[in-house]
Design a protein. Sequence first.
Length: 332
Amino acid sequence: MHGYIRPMESRFASPADMRDAVFVDHADARARATRFWMLLILSSVIASAGVVADSTATVIGAMIVAPLLAPIQGTMLATVLGDRRNLARSLLLLVAGSAAAVVIGALIGLLVAGDVVAATNSQVAGRVSPRLIDLLAALGTGVVGSIALVRRDIADTLPGVAIAISLVPPLTVVGLTLESGAYGEALGALLLFVTNVVAIVATGIVVMSFYGVTKLGAVRSDGGRAALRRPIALLAVMLVVVGLPLAATSAGVAFRAVTEAAVHQEVDRWSLESGWVLDRIETRGGELRVHLEGPLPVPETDDLRDALDERGVPLEAVVLVLVPVYEVRLGE
């Protein structure tokens, strides 16, 4: 029987192995700290450059290099172990590293001609409006990352976790959008980062608590339900903290989608009647800007206004941009 259990247990990392993987409290602490800051600065520069260039491949490269996963997992593990010293160290490293990534993003933004905002950059647009579905994806990724820390036989999945869980790119987007004056977008990117951090810590608390209490028992000495109460309470609070703004963002995104669809339908109908052609509809500063082109005179818009009002579209959020088009036939 012992011959059967031993191979099974060898799949799991010991508490010492996990501590060694995520805590910076060893004899080589200075070397680890140097490596962390070197990789953080490089990954922040790469991520900022990738966002500015609107290059998905470059941003993915920054995700792989980014070292922020370690202090987040350190925060999670220290919470489960009740290790206050390493909890403080991990949190300090996480906050300092996050602030540095934001500053690097802002500094690179100073070197760029023009603003780096969602309206002109898809990398920014994809990170400034997080929704509940992003929390779901982050929770799943956090589970994989935690299990990879626990089990030696699937530790090779960590690079994939680094790609799936977006950490440094949202922080550089915060810096770039702050420098561009788009404070609402900066707040949205920060919410995405916090969502991902909470997902890793929350799922890690569940995985690590289960692993420590039910498998080893030596990870925590207070044992049983008492050992799980504080982590579960912390988990619930963290999920509520990020869940409420994400729910609000999801509702806002859904409302904008419905509004844009209604505006598109009514503008299509009105443009056929007026002889003008719909060019594009874009969202800018909370407004729907509808661009149309056509011959003079400029058509009346009362009919369109009434139709949109009947559909429940907030008229103050819709702006028509009418561009007259002149035709000159050079052969006549």
